[in-house]
Design a protein around this ligand. Sequence first.
Ligand SMILES: *Cc1c(COP(=O)(O)O)cnc(C)c1O
Length: 383
Amino acid sequence: MGGGLFKFSSLMIPFIDFSRQNKLLKKKLLRAVAGVIDRQAYILGPDVDTFEREFASYSGVKYAVGVASGFDAILLSLQALGIGKGDEVITVPNTFISTVLPILVVGARPVFVDVKSTTFLMNEALMEQYITPRTKAIIPVHLFGLPVDMDPLMRIAKKYKLAIIEDACQAHGAIYLPAGKAGKGRKAGSIGDVGCFSFYPSKNLGAFGDAGMVTTNRKDIAEKIRILRNIGQKEKNIHSVLGHNSRLDTMQAAMLRVKLPYLDQWVQKRRQLAYRYNSLLFGLPIVLPVEPESLKSSFHLYVIRTSRRDALKRFLENNEVMCGVHYPTPIHLQPCMKELGYKKGDFPVSEDGAREVLSLPLYPEMKAEEVDVVARIIRKFFT
Ligand SMILES: *Cc1c(COP(=O)(O)O)cnc(C)c1O
């Protein structure tokens, strides 16, 4: 038995393991839960207010409004921007379904633009051919945690008077620093008209259930979302608009407050492990994630590309390393999108990517030695 591979094979490496982080924070989390129970404010209340202020300050925006999920963050943002029947919203086909479903839910039409083969993010050079008089907004997705190059997009949005809704559901802590500009850079989700975040448990900042947030510098949008999330109620028993029950759960807010101070160090750990993967996997016939100089990824996912994806995935799993595929089917080819009339071949970069992407285990508490094991197994597969 050589290469140390078998020595490690009894050590199962999960895709993500919450237990290490939970152990670290359990006392503080339970204290936060007890605080909510004792204060007896179970819907909205001070825990939600405070978390909103803290998240706004973290993101460098004026307002943050807590909602029930990332899906609802996008849905309510579209509604607050007045987008509905007859309108078109441009986004990408290689994303999670919840970027696109809310567009259909408000009665608008999603229009897809393909991505760049290098970063796998929205290709703004292709954008203008898709803009029509009905286009109202663009939803760039900071996929895997890598921010979209926002300045060119903001210029297009300004020229055609379009709103920008950033899908930052994978990009808590990611930073956008356009080349040649001084300063600390801006957080993903703080640049467009609104930023949408999910606190789904596996996200970089994860709740113990569903939760989400909208960030914005626009007071009008923040106010509208506050009303929309709370059954359209502006003042008690006056329901001014058709709203939702989409409040950020108070218990989740209290627990997220415990976690937020750790976010930057967790992102830092993810970045270190990602760079470790990069150096260990260098030279193999796989495409490693790129990080252009002006973009600091939050590395929500560490995604490699190879034409032998399925075989490599099986090999890793046979060696007790769990991986993911984000995502196997581009959105324009999903059954629920059939009425839009898209077909195979419409977005070749996204479609090729869907066959080739493989997400390796990555979470802040993962040990460097575990990264080494994964890399060694991948190396073995290719030799
Ligand atoms: C997770 C995610 C969402 C949806 O978030 P939920 O909280 O699960 O509703 C939307 N877009 C992207 C890119 C995501 O990764």
